[in-house]
Design a protein. Structure first.
Length: 71
């Protein structure tokens, strides 16, 4: 799992753009998994969603991806 914050500029922008595109495609033909949890605490409902990508082609859109070899 890779946590990315908005202050990580290009990486954040690349991933945000890729996920926006994948969402438009409804993740059709993209190797991925999805999990969701829903909890009710302190009078509010918390929903957490996680998409995990297994498709190596997905990472081709990340700038400087070649530098991630062996990660």
């Amino acid at each position: 799992m890779l946590a990315v914050k908005r202050k990580q500029g290009r990486l954040y922008a690349d991933l945000q753009g890729w996920f926006a595109w994948a969402d438009q495609q409804r993740f059709q033909g993209i190797v991925h998994s999805y999990a969701q949890t829903v909890n009710k605490n302190h009078g509010r409902i918390e929903m957490r969603r996680c998409w995990a990508l297994s498709d190596p082609q997905a990472f081709a859109v990340i700038r400087h991806y070649g530098g991630w070899a062996g990660l």
